[in-house]
Design a protein. Structure first.
Lengths: 112, 157
């Protein structure tokens, strides 16, 4: 999962991942669509591939790059649990604040 | 609530509350109020120590219905009422893996925006943060990727 974070922290690589979500593409087309130079795209694809985010499939004379979703799901799973933890806290905090507002003026200091 | 991945080791959470800042600050620093919201619902949360001042220690436990418990502890680094609290966070079974949570409150029209910046010392610490008995929700779907990418993108901007 660490590799996923690092790989996606670069904006161009994130763009590549977004592009590949629609369908697998060869390097040339990725470069064209994102208006990047091909060597630059190849370099980013290497990092993404090392992070397990893309996989290469040969097709005729071309090498087609496609997305692997496993690392993203793993990262997403972590974020989801993290989000749920804070969500639950905040919902409960809403209730506490409502009580405090209601009791404001009545008593100050420590609650029951 | 908005969650943004700032870097490999930092996460930013923002959330607005329909209450003035002094009340939110109170709820976050009063040992009688903290257990009512800080722990997950299915646990009973107990405050063992909460010495709210720079250098002061805190310790809380989440106790499950079957008696199993998870203990957390740390130290207050900054306490600046009613706008800022910085504390360290440690899950006891993973002692030594410390994260620093910075909570900042800003008030606007009687409402309060809370910002929590969670900084982990390392990526391993970040990964370990959620190992405190929270069940892994393995129900992720491909669609949720949109949201994830949006979060990651928020950082790149």
């Amino acid at each position: 999962m660490n590799a996923t974070f690092s790989a996606l922290a670069e904006p161009n690589r994130l763009q590549i991942v977004e592009l590949l979500r629609h369908r697998p593409l060869p390097v040339g087309q990725i470069a064209e669509r994102l208006r990047m130079r091909q060597p630059q795209v190849s370099k980013h694809l290497r990092v993404l591939s090392q992070a397990g985010l893309v996989q290469v499939r040969p097709l005729a004379q071309q090498r087609i790059y496609g997305l692997r979703t496993e690392p993203l799901r793993e990262l997403d799973g972590w974020l989801e649990r993290y989000r749920r933890l804070w969500d639950e806290r905040f919902e409960q905090l809403d209730d506490v604040l409502r009580d405090l507002e209601r009791n404001k003026g009545k008593t100050d200091g420590h609650g029951k | 609530m908005k969650v943004t991945v700032i870097s490999d080791t930092e996460i930013l959470i923002t959330r607005e509350f329909d209450a003035p800042r002094d009340l939110v600050f109170k709820a976050m620093t009063d040992p009688t109020l903290m257990p009512r919201w800080w722990g997950p619902r299915r646990y009973k949360t107990v405050v063992d120590t909460m010495d709210v001042r720079p250098g002061g220690k805190w310790r809380m436990r989440n106790i499950a219905a079957d008696g199993g418990e998870h203990a957390f502890r740390g130290e207050y680094r900054e306490v600046d009422p009613p706008e800022r609290v910085v504390w360290t966070f440690e899950y006891e079974p993973l002692a030594g893996h410390v994260s620093i949570e910075t909570m900042t409150l800003t008030e606007r029209d009687g409402r309060t925006l809370l910002t929590v910046r969670d900084a982990f010392a390392s990526k391993e610490d970040r990964d370990g943060m959620l190992q405190s008995g929270m069940e892994s929700g393995a129900r992720e779907t491909y669609e949720r990727l949109d949201e994830l990418l949006a979060e990651l993108k928020g950082t790149a901007a």
